[in-house]
Ligand binder design. Structure first.
Ligand SMILES: Nc1ncnc2c1ncn2[C@@H]1O[C@H](COP(=O)(O)OP(=O)(O)OP(=O)(O)O)[C@@H](O)[C@H]1O
Ligand SMILES: [Mg+2]
Length: 278
């Protein structure tokens, strides 16, 4: 999906970032660009350690680039933003709180005029959307891993953030639970207005969920490749088994191998194997 600077809700331009370590600066990002239009869904894939989580911290305003700009809604990010919701591989729910109270936590932190009942109603609404009605009063340890991750998605959305950042939220789940969560993501996207940036290692997940997949190079990472996914929002899991999807997955897999240091020409002469996931 292409965008002009004015309609991109997230705009990252020529970002350069290095961590200061005892051994000297560790350059992580150098020349990274991405634009995510309002309401769009972008997935970011790249080799382990290339700087994907660093990118999420830059967007959330938890870190700042050495060079380049991170812009949300046309404004440079200079502090942590409460218009951002985040969910991670580990759902980190608070065990002493019920699921409902975990989901409502952002509404206790982000300033708002909601009454206690309105906050709870928002929690009930989100939990129903992800199929967790009836589990509101349970404690996190009483839920399965997939259910905890659904609750974590609800918590990330409770305060109606403009931007949802997901850092490998489905990475620790088994394949079938993961596919259930992908479908729930589509339903959440249908019901809630957010612009999403998803970090993932799963190429099928990126093609099933995103409008655009960005491949990061090895560290220091730049934008190596951008794939526009031609499927609409009404896509179904069977679409992943079409020749079109297989070709996209193959392109992405080759790009990841390039990011890991293998030349593309070498890969282009390989016999094509059917994609079995990433
Ligand atoms: N606070 C920090 N201080 C110093 N170095 C860091 C810090 N955080 C991350 N790094 C280093 O920066 C690099 C990028 O880390 P980051 O967590 O962004 O990678 P990633 O792409 O998310 O990796 P993974 O795929 O394993 O989740 C890594 O080499 C990591 O060791
Ligand atoms: Mg990471």
């Amino acid at each position: 999906m292409s965008s002009t600077p004015s309609d991109a809700l997230i705009r990252i331009s020529n970002v350069k970032h290095a961590y200061r370590t005892d051994a000297g600066p560790l350059p992580v990002l150098d020349g990274f660009n991405v634009e995510v239009p309002q309401g769009a869904f972008t997935a970011v894939v790249g080799p382990s350690g290339c700087g994907k989580s660093t990118l999420t911290r830059l967007i959330a305003g938890l870190l700042f680039p050495d060079e380049g700009d991170v812009i949300l809604h046309g404004e440079k990010v200079t502090s942590p933003r409460n218009t951002v919701g985040m969910a991670f591989q580990n759902p980190v729910l608070l065990e002493w709180r019920t699921i409902l109270d975990n989901v409502c936590l952002p509404l206790e932190i982000v300033p708002n005029d909601l009454s206690r009942k309105q906050k709870h109603d928002r929690g009930y609404e989100l939990l129903a959307m992800v199929g967790l009605q009836g589990f509101e009063d349970k404690k996190p340890s009483e839920l399965s891993g997939g259910m905890r991750q659904r609750a974590s998605l609800c918590r990330a959305l409770a305060h109606r953030p403009d931007v949802l950042i997901l850092d490998e939220p489905f990475g620790a789940l088994d394949a079938f639970t993961r596919e259930d969560l992908w479908q729930i993501m589509h339903e959440l996207r249908h019901n809630e207005a957010f612009t999403c940036l998803l970090i993932t290692h799963d190429l099928r997940e990126s093609v099933f969920l995103a409008d655009q997949v960005v491949v990061m190079s090895g560290r220091p990472a730049k934008t190596q490749y951008v794939l526009d996914v031609p499927f609409g929002r009404d896509r179904v899991l069977d679409d992943l088994y079409t020749p079109e999807a297989t070709q996209m997955l193959l392109d992405l897999r080759h790009q990841i191998q390039v990011a890991q240091g293998r030349p593309l020409e070498e890969l282009e002469h390989e016999p094509e194997a059917p994609e079995s996931g990433s």
